[in-house]
Design a protein around this ligand. Structure first.
Ligand code: ZN
Length: 576
């Protein structure tokens, strides 16, 4: 650079001005190019670290999460961001439930034989705690399928009442992979039916598999509905102990004692205090799927899911934006940078943040979310921007010079952390470079990242911040009509039109937000209501809520039982 500024002596002032102007311009372009190379190098350094096998997929509540947040903190500190988490640290901790663990006392006795836990039987995560003692009744596969001419419950209901049900795993047509029996054969369905028939406890046995294989299979998905009775599982190694053909009364007794496993997740929060009235939030999640036990689209043995695009890419950009915004420009707002955890589990971190904000929610001008921005397609060079309907200010996007094609979506609700802020009436934008074949698979790796694409998004965002820096005021919030594609879940043809509270720990489905003009709002259901029953399905959590929904179609009406301020209220809803 100094070479360019070396000027010949003979130039007159007038001429000097012109030349120096040209040189300054060259110098400016040079600086820009240099800055971009440096930016790319930094982005690559961050993604290489965060998506390294050493971090084991950055699952919330694990060592990998810790390594990731320590790295982010080091970066924030070096840049000079102020800590803005819990009590003057960069971390904001939140607690969440992650499956179940066995409590102190667990027993199972069959006639006079005591079975050994985790050797001869085990307690699957769907089991409730409780004790049982009494007569056993064998109900075959525990399937009632009229259309298939199969009914294991052709037993007088009096005989079933208050018994301990023994149910065989699987169904009568196991060799057929397309069997119509499959829909009746899940443990979930069988236990629900058994409870309806009067079971006070359910023992499932599998004649073909040993305990170890069954445990692996049934513990894999630990986010399941807890049933209202104890459920136990036996395999080949204990079956002979209680399946005797002996006609005398069979008795069983047991105690099941399980606890919810509590874990801690950590948001990382850094701050640039420009002593401004309002703050801009720039965020994204740093957690990913670990070894892929939940949320993975990978089949086969557990493998590390590095999540280079999802979402090491977003975190890398957050760090680099923090570096740029720490400079002396754009001082009309403060900036808060939040790296969320628990996103993959259901927006836990951002949900916690908006309930425990570290800047006043009323003083947030807008929130930018980066989630999966590392795979801008080189041929189309496009980026999806959601939330463009959440403020008229976002029309500015049309005036910004960029090499990217912007695919704009109005909705402020989507499967990422900006949703938590939108639901608090804060304008949001979510940047996303598009879906790809490596999504939620172990193959989402660093070498597939398009760094030019991230730099283009960075420049776009800096231009947008330059625009908003023209005033100190907050930008205006507007509510959006939801996209059809963002309906609660594609598997169901109807929805209540609500946003569930994914952090809610009690019994039922707590409503975080009610969408205007939808089924729930028309029935007078409000934010904070807890749905405990829909139709004749008891709703104990998200899973049962979704199951209840799947029973209805457009035009159906049903009763919904809710709890509002400890009072039970019944509402009639019509799905449309
Ligand atoms: Zn993801």
């Amino acid at each position: 650079m100094s070479d360019i500024l070396h000027l010949p002596k003979f130039i007159n002032t007038n001429c000097f001005c012109k030349i120096s102007l040209i040189l300054l311009m060259i110098n400016g372009v040079f600086c820009q190019v240099f800055a971009q190379i440096q930016s790319k190098d930094n982005l690559k350094k961050h993604i290489l670290y965060l998506a390294d096998d050493k971090l084991e997929g950055r699952e919330t509540g694990t060592k990998g999460e810790q390594l990731a947040y320590e790295y982010i903190i080091d970066q924030f500190e070096a840049i000079g961001l102020a800590p803005k988490g819990d009590s003057d640290t960069y971390l904001q901790k939140f607690e969440f439930t992650d499956g179940t663990v066995l409590g102190a006392e667990n027993t199972l006795k069959f006639n006079d034989y005591s079975l050994k836990i985790n050797e001869e039987y085990f307690v699957p995560p769907i089991s409730n705690s409780g004790s049982f003692d009494g007569e056993v009744i064998n109900v075959g596969y525990g399937i009632e399928a009229e259309n298939l001419n199969h009914n294991d419950y052709n037993i007088k209901s009096k005989k079933l009442e208050n018994k301990i049900f023994i149910i065989e795993n699987g169904h009568p047509d196991m060799d057929n992979p397309h069997s119509d029996f499959i829909e009746f054969a899940s443990i979930d369905t069988k236990v629900d039916l058994a409870i309806k028939k009067g079971a006070k406890s359910v023992i499932i046995f599998d004649e073909k598999q040993a305990i170890s294989g069954l445990m692996e299979q049934y513990h894999k998905n630990s986010r399941v509905t807890t049933k209202s009775v104890p459920v136990l599982f036996c395999g080949t190694n204990s079956i002979d102990k209680f399946l005797s053909s002996d006609s005398k009364k069979q008795l069983a007794a047991g105690v099941v004692n399980i606890d919810k496993q509590r874990k801690i997740g950590n948001n990382v929060v850094g701050f640039i205090d420009n002593l401004a009235k309002n703050t801009i939030i720039i965020g994204g999640h740093y957690d990913h799927l670990g070894y892929g036990h939940r949320g993975s689209l990978h089949n086969g043995k557990p493998e590390i899911h590095n999540g280079a695009d999802d979402n090491a890419s977003g975190i890398a950009l957050i760090i680099e934006l923090a570096r740029k915004l720490k400079g002396d420009k754009y001082k009309n707002h403060n900036y808060e940078f939040i790296c969320f955890s628990g996103e993959e589990l259901g927006l836990y971190g951002s949900n916690y943040y908006v309930k425990h904000p570290t800047v006043d929610l009323d003083k947030i001008s807008y929130m930018i979310n980066f989630d999966m921005i590392g795979r801008v397609d080189t041929s189309k060079n496009s980026v999806v921007i959601s939330g463009t309907g959440t403020s008229p200010f976002w029309q500015q996007l049309d005036n910004i010079e960029t090499d990217l094609t912007l695919l704009k979506k109005e909705s402020g609700v989507g499967p990422s952390d900006h949703t938590s802020f939108y639901l608090k009436n804060i304008p949001v934008l979510h940047f996303f470079s598009g879906a790809h074949a490596d999504y939620h698979k172990p193959s989402d790796d660093e070498e597939k990242i398009n760094y030019n694409g991230i730099v283009s998004i960075e420049n776009l965002l800096l231009s947008l911040i330059e625009e908003s820096n023209k005033t100190q005021s907050k930008i205006v919030f507007t509510e959006t009509k939801e996209d059809k594609s963002n309906e609660e879940t594609p598997r169901f043809s109807v929805g209540l039109g609500v946003i569930p509270d994914y952090l809610f720990d009690g019994v039922g489905m707590r409503i975080e937000g009610v969408r205007p003009e939808k089924t729930a709002s028309k029935a007078g259901i409000k934010d904070g209501d807890i749905v405990i029953k829909m139709g004749d399905v008891e709703v104990v959590d998200m899973m049962t809520y979704m199951k209840a929904l799947s029973k209805f179609k457009k035009g159906d009406s049903t009763k919904v039982l809710i709890i509002r301020k400890e009072e039970k209220i019944e509402k009639q809803v019509t799905f449309f």
